[in-house]
Design a binder for this molecule. Structure first.
Ligand code: S3P
Length: 434
């Protein structure tokens, strides 16, 4: 894996980009289609390593997954109660979403399933899913007191029981795992979040005919006999991928970018709120629906940003965008204070540590705290060129690329991890450089 050298950009980013399919929605499209019994035509699927891990897992469980092209596939399941015992270990790769949601789907099944993943996933906490599933009666065995991969799900004699679970941390993956287990459990299963996290599972379950109950941040589900699969699922563009361009175009002078087909589900748009609070020039155009998700084209033009503060209440709406928002803050006027972001320490890598260790090489202006970051804005003339490590974390690598373009250039070690969520990122960057 050769290092990637990104030069300082000497002119603005100009042009149009089609934002690739949403990672969270792509995962769920294949998982839920595999629980129906009629074919589902999925378009604008994200063919990234993470989503292909999910497709591989669903095939191993007996679903038919036929790719018609890189972003178009047909998935046909054997019905809600038709998952088959996998002949092999299920490999979630780097994907926390695959692992956590599938644990919820497989905990109620009458067969053994064994999960593995890459070295990053082996370090990530799974106790947060195992605990509520065990309270429902599941029998799950994992390393390190049932908190780490490898994980085995052992079938139980009795069906799972619905519970009411107060989640200590807002997490769409944990919420989704419990709701998926609730599809098969006796009685009502209710999850209560401290703040609402992304709701793609809820929207997609509803498009499969499931009625959910809502009360504040509580969501309830009942066991179902079957799911009624829609004929089509159109995946919206991923705002988490658009985020790199939203920040790059905001901080690189003389930029004007039109980002086409970006998902603007309100549970995901914290990045727009924070950038606009910082003074970004962002306009939403052509707002419409793409299946059950709202989308828009987003026009962004460079502008002078200023520092801001934000914390726990907005965090679930922008958690994956904190690395790239740090670059916006590094180039803003004044100080930015980010709190309530402790979840960053258990992502693909400890992102608080990664941000402060690597971005400080480009400009020493970041202090890490236990649950956040304090960033003192500077001008790009004060930045240096440096060799920075990606930690094999896709979002750190792409953020370093944005920082390199906006500052004085960067050499990225282990750059290829972008394949996890945005395989065409460097190609798009090269195209916009011209
Ligand atoms: C995701 C939920 C979030 C997010 C991740 C994708 C999902 O994780 O960071 O990239 O698709 O449900 P948490 O549930 O751990 O917050």
């Amino acid at each position: 894996m050769a290092n990637k050298i990104i030069g300082k950009i000497s002119h603005g980013l100009q042009g149009e980009l089609i934002i690739p399919g949403d990672k969270s929605v792509s995962h769920r499209s294949v998982m839920f289609a595999a629980l129906g019994d009629t074919p589902v035509h999925i378009t604008n699927f994200l063919p990234s390593a993470d989503c292909l891990s999910t497709a591989g897992v669903m095939q191993a469980l007996g679903a038919q997954v036929d790719f018609l092209g890189p972003t178009e596939l047909i998935v046909k399941g054997n019905g809600l109660h038709g998952l088959q015992e996998p002949a092999t270990v299920l490999d979630a790769g780097n994907s926390g979403t695959t692992l956590r949601l599938m644990m919820g789907m497989l905990a109620p099944q009458k067969f053994v399933s064994v999960f593995t993943g890459d070295s990053s996933l082996h370090k990530r906490p799974m106790g947060r899913v195992i605990k509520p599933l065990s309270m429902m009666g599941a029998n799950i065995v994992g390393r390190a007191e049932n908190t780490r991969l490898p994980i085995t799900i052992v079938p139980t004699a009795k069906a799972l029981e619905g519970i009411t679970y107060d989640m200590p941390v807002a997490s769409a993956q944990v919420k989704s795992a419990i709701l998926l287990a609730g599809l098969f459990a006796n009685g009502t299963t209710t999850v209560v979040e401290p703040y609402t996290s992304r709701n793609h599972t809820e929207l997609m379950l509803e498009s499969f005919g499931v009625k959910l109950g809502y009360q504040g941040t509580a969501i309830s589900i009942e066991a179902q006999d079957k799911l009624i699969a829609p004929e089509e699922i159109l995946v919206p563009g991923d705002i988490s991928s658009a985020a790199f361009w939203l920040v790059a175009a905001s901080v690189i002078p003389h930029s004007e970018l039109l980002l086409k087909n970006v998902g603007i589900n309100p549970t995901r748009t914290g990045i727009l709120d924070v950038l606009q609070a910082m003074g970004a020039d962002i306009t939403l155009q052509n707002q419409r629906n793409s299946g059950s998700e709202p989308v828009a084209d987003i026009f962004v033009r460079s502008s002078k940003l200023h520092g801001t503060s934000f914390g726990a209440d907005i965090m679930p709406r922008l958690i994956d965008e904190i690395p790239v928002l740090t670059v916006a803050a590094m180039l803003a006027e004044g100080k930015t204070v980010i709190t309530g972001a402790g979840e960053l320490r258990v992502k693909e890598t400890d992102r608080i540590q990664a941000i402060s260790d690597q971005f400080n090489k480009l400009c020493p202006c970041i202090d890490a705290t236990e649950d956040g970051l304090i960033i003192q804005g500077t001008s790009p003339e004060k930045w240096h060129q440096a060799t920075c490590f990606s930690y094999d974390d896709h979002r750190i690598a792409m953020t370093l690329a944005v920082a390199g373009m906006a500052g004085q250039g960067v050499e990225i070690e282990n750059p290829d991890c972008i394949d996890i969520s945005y395989p065409s990122f460097y190609e798009e960057m090269n195209r916009l450089y011209k």
